[in-house]
Design a protein around this ligand. Structure first.
Ligand code: C2E
Ligand code: CA
Ligand code: CA
Length: 579
């Protein structure tokens, strides 16, 4: 059953703060919700109104009340009548009526504008000879505007979530009748946060408004575009033949938005990721369809953004895989089956091993080894990544403390540990790192921490503080997968970094793809400029290696040198490098 707690919060706050009375009523005429103002109008406590019949306070009783509910099919209708307060006093009100369908339940939203004052005024006016009718039309317009406000996003004037859900619900009802299909396109802007951060909120607002306009122009007549959150828009498309056609629509929207941002002078470089859910002949319910489209949108983002993905069997499968990954990791942590493999990082001027990156694995009871792709996504989602990283940090510090370079003149060997951004949430990362180093008797200079751009790039003060404290310990911090995230140059300068790792996707395209080659060249030059060491990941061919050397890259790792290896193999790899 509908309660207001299922409505979204801004809507609830809006309704509570209205100067008009408001109620939600079931099809049978029972009041499901009443706002504070209505209670005030009737001089009755809210609890006595909720659950009672609408006819208990509408003059004319049951007939009038039911007529109120059944008479409308479109939002914005109004009717003038009297309501009766606890003392039996009649109050003239203008009732605004809007049908609302929530989870298949037909409800009615009513607003009550107290006309006592206007009535007195109107009498005065008509006494003075003015047309009362005109006055009332104005009032009715005001009432319609009010209903609109409760269902409209203030910034863009698009329908909000409440109205969207209602429209989806109607579309599904209609589709069940016609047998046609409905598509939901969940649109999330890529890098919008960056626009807001670097250009300010007013530019952000401008971008949102122009995206709203763009989308409204792009959709077909009869379709709906709504804004349901910060940079989240939803398009409800009727009569879509197939999910393929929905993808075509999505691609067109992405292209439209891309062209807009290319032409924009406001710095609003905006791309969009779109997730699509599809209802065949009206099957499904509005909330679930929206959730599926949202999940597909996340998938589109994780594939690099600026693309469209359809919710389908595969994604349902992925959701399943995540829960499997979570279970796998939980039992591995409990049973101490998390192990670490090490991949050499090679100095490109000397071709000697400079250190190793610690990479998590799970050892299965049957002797097989599970790679991180099977459990890291689930670990991030569930927060299990926090104990996982701590376990890896502990093992890496302990196991590396006994590594010695092959000659006395070589610098001490380093160990690089990957940390999720979630490690910063508790605020105790510096003391945890310190304690781990002490326990393992590892000099802080030998520990490197690899963090991704998303983990640290929002420069939150608490994260900055912890990074500073870690640097104070003597531990080096570097940026992992550089180039794939949102790092901006100014941000880079403000972080206490000593190295960046060039993502393997760029390294692997180094010789095939001019765009990748450009990125690698720029990153190496940029790093040198900022006094940071550049480390290339995923080096697989001598061609790539030669090019990296030419560009002045400092260090590299990849299958060309060695694959990640168990700790027992590390001393031999140091003594007799396989490359
Ligand atoms: P990453 O930090 O970018 O690690 C490098 C990944 O590239 C490793 O995959 C490594 O085995 C792989 N790799 C190295 N050389 C080559 C190459 O020449 N070609 C190709 N195709 N791949 C190469 P791995 O071990 O599967 O790790 C995957 C990701 O999982 C890591 O990416 C890292 O993001 C995450 N991860 C691993 N261990 C941990 C951990 O302890 N904590 C956290 N938070 N994340 C971890
Ligand atoms: Ca890494
Ligand atoms: Ca990496």
């Amino acid at each position: 059953m509908f309660t207001l707690s299922t409505a979204d919060r801004p809507y609830r706050m809006f309704v509570e703060s209205m100067r008009e009375g408001a109620a939600t009523v079931s099809a049978g005429g029972t009041v499901l919700y009443a706002n504070r103002r209505l209670a005030g109008l009737l001089s009755r406590p809210r609890e006595s109104i909720v659950g009672s019949a609408l006819s208990s306070f509408v003059a004319g009783g049951v007939d009038v009340a039911l007529q109120l509910i059944r008479s409308v099919s479109e939002p914005g209708a109004t009717i003038e009548l009297d309501i009766v307060d606890v003392d039996g006093v009649s109050i003239p009100v203008l009732v605004g009526i809007a049908p609302l369908n929530v989870d298949g339940d037909d409800l009615t939203c009513l607003t009550f504008t107290d006309l006592s004052d206007q009535k007195a005024q109107a009498q005065e006016i008509s006494r003075l000879g003015f047309a009362q009718a005109e006055r009332l039309t104005q009032l009715q317009k005001a009432q319609a505007a009010l209903t609109e406000q409760a269902t409209q996003d203030a910034l863009t004037s698009l329908p909000n979530r409440v109205l969207l859900l209602d429209r989806i619900s109607r579309a599904l009802t209609e589709a069940r009748r016609t047998g046609l299909n409905v598509a939901i396109l969940f649109i999330d802007l890529d890098r919008f946060k960056q626009v807001n951060d670097s250009h300010g909120h007013s530019v952000g607002d401008t971008v949102l408004r122009s995206v709203a306009l763009q989308l409204s122009r792009a959709i077909r007549a009869g379709d709906t575009v709504a804004r349901i959150g910060g940079d989240e828009f939803v398009v409800l498309a009727h009569e879509v033949d197939s999910s393929r056609q929905a993808v075509e629509i999505a691609k067109r929207l992405i292209e439209d938005l891309r062209q807009r941002s290319g032409a924009a002078a406001d710095g609003g470089q905006v791309a969009a990721s779109i997730g699509i859910s599809f209802s065949i002949a009206g099957r499904g319910n509005p909330e679930a369809l929206l959730e599926e489209a949202d999940a597909a949108m996340y998938h589109a983002k994780s594939m690099g953004g600026a693309r469209a993905e359809v919710f389908g069997v595969a994604l349902g499968h992925q959701v399943h895989l995540r829960s499997a990954g979570r279970q796998l990791l939980r039992s591995a942590l409990d049973q101490d089956r998390v192990i670490v493999h090490y991949q050499p990082i090679v100095d490109l001027t000397t071709a000697r091993v400079a250190g190793f990156e610690a990479l998590a694995r799970i050892a299965e009871p049957d002797g097989s080894i599970v790679p991180p792709s099977a459990f890291i996504p689930a670990a991030e989602d569930s927060g299990l990544v926090v104990p996982l990283d701590q376990r890896v940090l502990h093992l890496a510090c302990r196991q590396s403390s006994s590594w010695r370079p092959s000659t006395a003149t070589d610098p001490p060997l380093t160990v690089a540990v990957n940390l999720s951004g979630r490690q910063f949430e508790r605020g105790n990362l510096p003391s945890l790192v310190h304690a781990t180093l002490e326990q393992a008797h590892l000099p802080p200079q030998r520990l490197h921490l690899e963090l991704t751009e998303t983990a640290i790039m929002d420069l939150r003060p608490d994260v900055m503080k912890q990074l500073g404290q870690i640097k104070e310990l003597g531990v080096q911090i570097g940026l992992d997968d550089f180039g794939t995230g949102y790092a901006s140059l100014t941000h880079l300068r403000r972080l206490p970094l000593t190295f960046v790792k060039i993502d393997q996707s760029f390294v692997q395209g180094l010789q095939r793809n001019p765009e990748d080659a450009g990125i690698v060249t720029a990153v190496i030059a940029l790093a040198a400029n900022l006094g940071l060491r550049s480390i290339a990941e995923g080096v697989e061919t001598t061609g790539q290696l030669d090019r990296l050397r030419e560009l002045g890259c400092d260090q590299a790792q990849g299958h060309l040198f060695a694959r990640p290896m168990p700790p027992a193999d590390v001393p031999a790899a140091i003594q007799r490098p396989p490359w």
